[in-house]
Design a protein around this ligand. Structure first.
Ligand code: F6R
Length: 613
């Protein structure tokens, strides 16, 4: 939450910052701001609203300066308004600071700083940082970098910060703890940002700062890294594999639509080099050394949030069916606070698109401290979660920018399927022929997703009929239950229609009371183990005049005869149905939201990367 970007070099900083903020807007978009330093003059622009509002606010105002910082906010402390927008400035006017994270002990620090004569203007926790650094700089007579280091030693919480000092326009200081920060190293220029997306068009050389590290970027001396204990660190420079076109809409109206349509490719990329049909094997390089831990595992715990938690639920069914290992799927936010029974015998799979979700990270730390082995399934390379796992596999879905997760879900489910099949085969639970048949079926999924995408016109037609609904119900059984949850989440988060996902058979234990002619009920009713039972559930809804939109297997005639609308998907084994059935549900939500005039890529109150608990 919150995106930060900074530049120091020989170019004008303002366009680089604004462009960078647009790339980071998925992290928060309730207010934005920049600070530009030219000679000894600090110019700050900030306002409530999106980056485009900031640009309008700047208008023709002066934007000269080859060093600057920029911020896009997702409010935690204090409402989204002009004053609470970053950058924040010291009382002296010398320092400007941007921050992503939360300062937990801000109240006590603030009290002390007010006592020492600092004037606070905003309601934010962030503002204490800039006053604290300024106070230390003056009282200890130290330079900016040392003042930052000393200040961070008295701070409790999470932060990625960048600070400028009007008195020293050739230096920029950045630091991180529990919030991400990447430093880009260009030719005579440096960047800092919450992720690599604002950097990749300028340089491919980056350093991911570790927790407790401070980067001092000096126009003449270049980049130096030390930690809060004042130990020098050698920057580990990595080459980015990100491509610029993956950050553009590529002709689509929204990132979400582009990302839905990318799924044949992203699923294929998640299997590439891992599923080998010729040899009849699954090789997951990232967890190779931990294969035996999987095989011997007495229990698997899966932790995640939101869509990643839904993927984890599919994982539960997969591991239990193919590897016969008991699985528990936990909301990371609940797991971390309920003294869970977890120990050395447990294998924990943490799932996260962003790799920065605070609750997931805390759940992993807890399990790790209790001796469990932690395996990660992450999309963002080099993210915090990826770095604190013992081992893991990246999903290779490519950057997901639309706030509603789509291609990350199918990539996560693809990896869980590969893992479960590999463990099932190694344990001898799956016979050679079943294993090989499932590998073939999985290999065919990307082409089948492509076929599902062809139903989009029909989906638009259905979306138009139900776009004004106030409520919706999503039903599924077995592997389709997590998909029902995911379908409901997609609808509510981008179209603001209240939606609930339910196991189809549970409907009669309560939600059936809600059904009337105004209630659209989306049912996943594909051919498979519970087909007949779900058909009965559909009858129950129809008997109460509910409207049925059913996802069925191609060629189905039974449901077609009962439902109001059917969307056909290709036949595949039950275990792989989620990879197909979720796609029409994503498209339905997308088109309903567009028809309702909602901001699909930036839904209200949400942010892509939830780095606060
Ligand atoms: C839903 C959505 C969120 C995320 C959740 C976890 O569309 O995007 O529910 O799935 O915040 O995020 P990650 O996967 O980044 O840990």
């Amino acid at each position: 939450m919150c995106g930060i970007v900074a530049y120091l070099g020989d170019k004008e900083a303002y366009p680089i910052l604004v462009n960078g903020l647009k790339r980071l807007e998925y992290r928060g978009y309730d207010s934005a701001g920049v600070a530009l330093l030219h000679e000894d003059k600090l110019t700050i622009y900030k306002c409530q609203g999106k980056v485009s509002d900031l640009e309008a606010h700047v208008g023709d105002g002066p934007t000269t300066g080859t060093v600057g910082i920029g911020h896009t906010r997702w409010a935690t402390h204090g409402p989204p308004n002009d004053v609470n927008a970053h950058p924040h400035q010291s009382t002296s006017g010398d320092l400007a600071l941007i921050h992503n994270g939360i300062i937990e002990n801000y109240a006590s620090l603030k009290e002390e700083l007010v006592h020492r004569g600092h004037t606070f203007l905003s309601d934010t926790d962030t503002e204490v940082l800039v006053h604290l650094i300024d106070d230390i700089q003056r009282s200890e007579k130290v330079d900016l970098a040392e003042a930052v280091r000393l200040a961070l030693n008295s701070v409790v919480g999470a932060y990625a910060i960048v600070v400028l000092d009007r008195k020293d326009p050739d230096v920029m200081v950045a630091a991180r703890k529990s919030s991400p920060l990447v430093i880009g190293i260009g030719d005579g220029e440096h960047f800092a940002a919450s992720d690599a997306t604002p950097i990749v068009e300028h340089t491919k050389n980056v350093v991911y700062l570790e927790d407790g590290e401070i980067a001092v970027i000096d126009r003449k001396k270049g980049l130096k890294i030390r930690n809060t204990k004042n130990q020098d660190k050698t920057p580990f420079i990595q080459e980015l594999e990100m491509h610029l076109e993956t950050l553009e809409k590529g002709g689509y109206d929204h990132f979400m639509l582009k990302e839905i349509h990318e799924q044949p490719r992203s699923i294929r990329d998640s299997m590439r080099g891992r599923l080998n049909l010729a040899k009849g094997e699954v090789v997951l390089g990232g967890i190779k050394d931990y294969e035996q831990r999987f095989v011997n595992a007495k229990r698997i715990l899966i932790v995640g949030c939101g869509t990643s938690w839904h993927a984890g639920m599919v994982g539960e069914y997969l591991f239990e069916e193919f590897a016969r290992i008991p699985v528990e799927v936990e909301y990371a936010s609940e797991f971390r606070y309920r003294n869970p029974v977890v120990g050395e015998d447990d294998l924990v799979i943490a799932i996260s698109q962003s790799g920065e979700t605070a609750d997931t990270m805390a759940a992993m730390e807890l399990a790790k401290n209790k001796g469990a082995t932690i395996i990660g399934i992450c999309n963002v390379v080099g993210s915090s979660i990826a770095r604190i796992t013992h081992a893991g596999s990246y999903t290779h879905a490519g950057p997901e920018i639309g706030v509603a997760s789509t291609k990350a879900f199918t990539a996560q489910v693809t990896l869980l399927t590969l893992m479960a099949l590999m463990v099932g085969q190694k344990k001898g639970v799956l016979s050679g022929s079943s294993f090989y048949r499932l590998l073939n079926e999985l290999d065919a999924i990307p082409d089948k997703v492509q076929r599902v995408l062809k139903t989009e016109d029909q989906i638009k037609y259905i979306a138009d009929i139900y776009k004004d609904a106030s409520n919706a119900l999503y039903l599924g059984r077995g592997y389709s239950f997590p998909v029902a949850l995911e379908g409901a989440l997609k609808l509510k988060e981008i179209s603001y229609i209240h939606a609930e996902g339910y196991p189809a058979a549970e409907m009669k234990h309560g939600p059936i009371a809600l059904i009337d002619e105004a209630m659209p009920v989306f049912v996943i009713a594909t051919k498979g183990a519970s087909y007949e039972k779900v058909v009965s559930n559909i009858q129950e809804v129809k008997a109460r005049k509910g409207k049925i939109i059913a996802i069925v297997t191609e060629g189905d005639t039974v449901v077609k005869g009962i439902a109001d609308h059917v969307i056909e998907i290709p036949e595949t084994p039950d275990a792989l149905v989620p990879l197909l059935s979720v796609v029409p549900l994503q498209l339905i939500s997308y088109h309903i939201a567009v028809m309702r005039g909602c901001n699909v890529d930036q839904p209200r109150n949400l942010a892509k990367s939830v780095t606060v608990e």
